[in-house]
Design a protein around this ligand. Structure first.
Ligand SMILES: C[S@@+](CC[C@H](N)C(=O)[O-])C[C@H]1O[C@@H](n2cnc3c(N)ncnc32)[C@H](O)[C@@H]1O
Length: 461
């Protein structure tokens, strides 16, 4: 995975990176995890300004290490943990649905700009044990919100819970919003208003059976919204899922990559950004830019450093195809959006039925997202089509590793191959599998010639 060099003097993670046991049930795919009990993270501040104070001076970003949590699509926690370590984060700890880490406050900027896999970066503001809703209100009321952002910013509170005894998450959401508003009212005449669709500040609260944690989302819009997708065909993959699959398969831009059903080109565009060292957040803004403590000079330096590290895309590295010419045109535009014409023309794009194509190189990684067949008639079409896919893989793609992400568990049986790996992954709410097949022209006893005389690739079990 293309990752910028570590921050100077970045501490090494002293924590093991292994995933803890799954903690189920957990109702939402991106919930913050449990953390060990700690004191609230906002540095103690002097007395709150009296009611009626109209201006609040920004305080510098806290100097001591801060705690963060980065949610990600389920199944990508370990590759996100690896990415965070490479970015210089400390205390990196993967759990169900995301990864906790710590670092200086600007580590939050860095992860927002550079993480290809995180969905958000949540900055931990406060945490404590609780028994009832009013203790959660007090925890949120203790955060010095007016020193974090102005009353002009709109807010949205989201509460997620795992085995929490509270009876209504809506009521907790309301009480946390009240806490923020009350804290503003105690400091000044104005208060932020609520905007649930496009808020400036997103406040996340995560409740376990006994502990409440309050976070501020530094990213704002989800990090998979990179800014290059200005249009979309139906059923695109989430950008961070595409990047995460490339990381899971160890693709770093060294070997040919082929997406024969590329749709709007999410896998190819993410791969191009990895190969060119383009920061995934280079084209977008972040919520932290609206914080009072925003260090514009530090972030400009990060952005400038990222822009200077971009390299051109090599030819004969990325290959895409879709039988829909519209899809190929969209892929081309997405590639142009990240690197102009030079990037788009460096990618070999065709518009054919996949099963008629020759292999674009002697070996490499085929990574694709076939139609899922969610509707019954589509499923029947898929089942009828799979044997042709299997025959094409055998006939044409020996020497390649082929990976398919699909919600259809019947794909391996349909194409007639046994997967060497199957990784559970979520594409949004869809419970998918990433099936991997290793295809190599074998010479073992069980080989037989296909009717066209080609050797049958072996499938490693
Ligand atoms: C689920 S979409 C891929 C979405 C893509 N990953 C994205 O992020 O936009 C599946 C794509 O497979 C294409 N497709 C279906 N059958 C095909 C075939 N036999 N040959 C080539 N493309 C095909 C469809 O046109 C569609 O664009």
């Amino acid at each position: 995975m293309a990752i910028p060099p570590k921050a100077p003097n970045a501490p090494k993670s002293p924590m093991p990176l292994s995933l803890p046991k799954r903690q189920r049930p957990q109702p939402q795919p991106s919930q913050p995890p449990q953390h060990p009990p700690t004191a609230p993270q906002v540095a103690p501040r002097p007395a709150v300004p009296r009611a009626g104070t109209l201006s609040i001076r920004a305080k510098p970003a806290p100097e001591r290490a801060q705690k963060f949590f980065a949610p990600c699509p389920r199944g990508l926690e370990q590759v996100l943990a690896d990415e965070l370590v490479a970015l210089g984060a400390a205390h990196v700890s993967a759990t169900d649905g995301g990864v906790g880490f710590s670092g200086p406050f600007t580590m939050g900027y860095r992860v927002c700009l550079w993480s290809r896999i995180a969905s958000r970066v949540l900055w931990q503001l406060a945490e404590s044990e609780y028994r009832h809703e009013e203790e959660i209100y007090r925890l949120a009321r203790n955060v010095d919100w007016p020193h974090l952002f102005s009353a002009r910013e709109t807010i949205r509170v989201q509460v997620d819970a795992m085995r929490s005894p509270v009876t209504s998450l809506e009521f907790v959401t309301l009480r946390v919003k009240d806490a923020i508003v009350d804290r503003f009212r105690a400091a000044m005449a104005s208060r932020p208003s609520v905007n649930t669709s496009m808020p400036d500040m997103r406040i996340h609260v995560f409740l376990t059976a006994y502990k409440a944690t309050v976070y501020l989302d530094l990213a704002g819009e989800a990090l998979f919204k990179r800014g290059y997708r200005r249009e979309g065909l139906s059923a695109p993959l989430r950008e961070n899922l595409a990047a995460g699959m490339l990381a899971l398969k160890g693709w770093t831009g060294q070997m040919p990559l082929f997406d024969p059903m590329c749709g709007s080109g999410t896998i190819l565009t993410e791969a191009a950004m990895i190969a060119m060292h383009v920061a995934p957040g280079a084209q977008r803004g972040f919520a932290f830019e609206k914080l009072r403590n925003y260090d514009a000079a530090a972030f400009r330096q990060m952005r400038d450093g990222a822009a200077q590290g971009v390299t051109p895309l090599a030819a004969h590295l990325l290959f895409g195809n879709d039988r829909s010419a519209d899809a190929v045109a969209t892929t081309r535009r997405h590639l142009q959006n990240i690197g102009g014409d030079a990037t788009a023309t460096a990618v070999t794009l065709t518009s054919e039925a996949m099963e008629t194509l020759p292999a674009p190189a002697a070996s490499g990684l085929l990574l694709t997202n076939p139609p899922y067949g969610e509707r019954l008639n589509e499923l029947a079409e898929l089942k009828a089509w799979y044997p042709a896919v299997g025959a094409w893989l055998k006939r044409t793609m020996a020497g390649w590793r082929a990976c398919f992400i699909t919600a259809d568990r019947g794909l391996p049986g349909g194409i007639g191959f046994k997967p060497s790996r199957r990784t559970p992954l979520f594409n949004g709410a869809l419970d998918c599998r990433l099936f991997e097949f290793e295809l190599y022209a074998g010479s073992r006893r069980t080989d037989r010639a296909d009717t066209d005389g080609a050797a049958t690739p072996k499938i490693r079990a």
